[in-house]
Design a protein. Structure first.
Length: 263
């Protein structure tokens, strides 16, 4: 199996290193990742500047590695369409391991999740994985990397639905302290949207984003609650944002007697 790895923390991040080391003994691992941190890039693509790609020495067991000046989404798109040969095309895309959680509605801002979404948009099974911890040393990512290797094996006979990724969040704990795996839905938000107004030494006003953690019932079936209960959260997420069940209701409201020519 060929696996394409990317991330939003950059090609030198400890999270992607841990994934390479965990997966390369089992699979053909190829890496195309940003040349610097691109956190919270969302699903942006580079359209108006050249996208530069440089092959670098393959490390930690990977077959080949490239770094790009692009966004996380760029990395997956250009890897599949321009960089990898026919024999190197991925059977699976994995994004991460991100330094920090990607939970609830905050995944809309996530470069890590956008990497996986880009793979799904091209019809490739894809997983986004994050370490729900503020620690970022190499050793901190090893449990999450081991879990992803095990998860791939568990899913070997299962086909992910079209337009769907798995968003995985692993608590920043020792393996023996993790209390299980939970299949979850997305929570609301991790943080409130608040800004602290400040004044710099020159008297100019500026703002610092300073959200507070949002509490959620501990028995909720959400990714946020699962991680807080020391469980690994796996959430199936789709990029198909059409609210299909609402279409007939909207049509009834706006197109009386099937007449939509009111403008």
């Amino acid at each position: 199996m060929n696996i394409l790895l990317s991330n939003d923390d950059g090609i030198l991040a400890n999270g992607i290193r841990a994934l390479i080391e965990a997966l390369s003994p089992l699979y053909n691992v190829y890496v195309v990742a940003p040349d610097r941190e691109r956190s919270a890039a969302g699903h942006s693509l580079t359209l108006h500047t050249p996208l530069r790609v440089e092959e670098v020495d393959a490390k930690y067991g990977a077959k080949r590695c490239w770094m790009t000046t692009g966004t996380p989404g760029d990395c997956v798109k250009i890897a599949v369409n321009a960089i990898l040969s026919q024999e190197e095309q991925p059977d699976l895309v994995i994004s991460g391991i991100n330094h920090g959680p990607n939970l609830g509605a905050d995944i809309l801002y996530s470069g890590t999740v956008s990497c996986a979404m880009e793979g799904a948009m091209m019809g490739i099974p894809s997983i986004a994985t994050s370490l729900a911890s503020l620690h970022s040393e190499y050793e901190d990512f090893k449990v999450a990397a081991e879990f992803i290797a095990k998860l791939i094996g568990q899913l070997s006979n299962y086909k992910l639905p079209d337009k769907t990724i798995l968003n995985v969040n692993v608590p920043g704990l020792e393996k023996e302290d993790i209390s299980g795996v939970a299949i979850t839905e997305l929570g609301r938000r991790m943080f409130t949207d608040t800004y602290e107004k400040r004044v710099d030494p020159r008297g100019k006003t500026y703002y610092w984003m300073a959200g507070e953690l949002i509490s959620e019932p501990v028995d909720a079936n959400t990714d946020i609650a699962a991680v807080r209960n020391n469980k690994i959260s796996i959430t199936p997420v789709t990029y198909d944002m059409t609210r299909v069940g609402f279409m007939d209701e909207l049509k009834t409201e706006l197109c009386v007697k099937d007449n939509c020519n009111w403008f």
